[in-house]
Design a protein around this ligand. Structure first.
Ligand code: NAI
Length: 254
C-alpha cells in the first residue's frame, strides 16, 4: 500500500530507535522523508531509505535550537516541497531522581528536548502546512504522559505537556485542516530504555523480567508497533482524527 504518496514528512529523532522505524514506515507508504537529528547516524538511515527507492534526506539539527529548526525546515521545503507531516519524536529520558534531589539544569535539559522542541518544531512547521492547505502533526508522548510513576519527574512532566499541547494545537489549527494527535507508547527496548535500565542498575534480563508482565499482551513492544500508529495518523484515513491520544502499550495502561 502507499497511503502517503505525495506527502512530505519530517521525523525528529529519526536517526535511531522509534524515529528510525517511523521514518522507514512513512517512506514505505510513499512519503518523502526528512530526518532531523543531532546524531549523524541519521545520514545512514536516510541513505538506506534512498537505496530502497524512497526519497529521504537528513539534516543535522539540535531540535532545541530555534534557528536550526526554522532554517532546516525551510531547507526541507526547498528540497522536498511543502511539509505536510511532522512527527515530533526526538526525546531524552533524563536522570532518575526524586524532585527534592533534582538539579534545575537536569530538569531544564529534559524539558528542552521533550517539550520545548515540540513547541519549536510545531511553531515553524505551521506556516508550511498552512501553505499546503493541510497537515498532520504527530507528537510522541509516552504512557507517562498519562500515568504517574516515581522518580523521573521531568520526563513525566515533559510528556504530560506534550499531551496537553497536542490538544491545544488540535483545536487551534482544526479550522485550517491541520490535525494534531499524540501517541503514547509503552516500553520498547531502544537505546533509551537500555540507558534507563542501566541507570537503575538493572541488567537487560532483569529489566525485561520486570517490564514484560506489566504489558498484558505479553512483553515489551517493537518500534514498528508505534510506527504503524503514526502512519495511520499521518494518512488521510485519519482525516477526522484530531486531538486524540493513541495509546500503543500492549495493555499497560488498561
Ligand atoms: P532513542 O534514544 O533510541 O532515540 C531518540 C532519538 O532522538 C535519537 O536519535 C537522538 O539522537 C534524538 N535526539 C535526542 N535529543 C535530540 C536533540 N536535542 N535534537 C535532535 N535529536 C535529538 O529513544 P527512543 O526510545 O527511540 O524514543 C523516541 C521517542 O519515544 C522519545 O520521545 C521517547 O520519549 C518516546 N518513548 C519511548 C519509549 C520507549 O520505550 N522506547 C516509550 C514511550 C515514549
Amino acid at each position: 500500500m502507499a497511503r502517503l504518496n505525495g506527502k512530505v514528512a519530517v521525523v525528529t529523532g529519526g536517526a535511531n530507535g522509534l524515529g528510525a522505524a517511523i521514518a522507514a514506515r512513512l517512506a514505505e507508504e510513499g512519503a518523502a522523508v526528512a530526518i532531523l537529528d543531532r546524531d549523524e547516524r541519521g545520514q545512514d538511515v536516510a541513505e538506506k531509505l534512498t537505496a530502497n527507492g524512497a526519497k529521504a534526506i537528513f539534516r543535522s539539527v539540535d531540535v532545541t535550537s530555534e534557528d536550526r529548526v526554522s532554517s532546516s525546515l525551510a531547507s526541507v521545503v526547498e528540497e522536498l516541497g511543502s511539509i505536510t507531516v511532522l512527527v515530533n519524536n526526538a526525546g531524552i529520558e533524563g536522570v532518575n531522581k526524586p524532585t527534592d534531589q533534582l538539579d534545575l539544569a537536569d530538569w531544564e535539559k529534559v524539558m528542552a528536548v521533550n517539550s520545548t522542541a515540540v513547541f519549536l518544531c510545531t511553531k515553524h512547521v505551521i506556516p508550511h502546512m498552512r501553505a499546503a492547505g493541510h497537515g498532520s502533526i504527530v507528537n510522541i508522548s509516552s504512557i507517562y504522559g498519562i500515568l504517574g510513576g516515581a522518580d523521573i519527574p521531568p520526563y513525566h512532566a515533559s510528556k504530560g505537556a506534550v499531551r496537553a499541547m497536542s490538544k491545544n494545537d488540535a483545536l487551534t489549527y482544526a479550522p485550517e485542516n491541520i490535525r494534531v494527535n499524540s501517541v503514547h507508547p509503552g516500553f520498547i527496548f531502544t537505546d533509551m530504555v537500555h540507558r534507563y535500565a542501566s541507570e537503575a542498575g538493572l541488567s537487560e534480563a532483569d529489566a525485561r523480567g520486570a517490564l514484560d508482565p506489566a504489558h498484558p499482551l505479553g512483553g515489551t513492544g517493537d518500534p514498528d508497533d508505534i510506527a504503524w500508529g503514526v502512519v495511520y495518523l499521518a494518512s488521510d484515513q485519519a482525516k477526522w482524527v484530531t486531538g486524540s491520544e493513541l495509546v500503543i502499550d500492549g495493555g499497560y495502561t488498561a
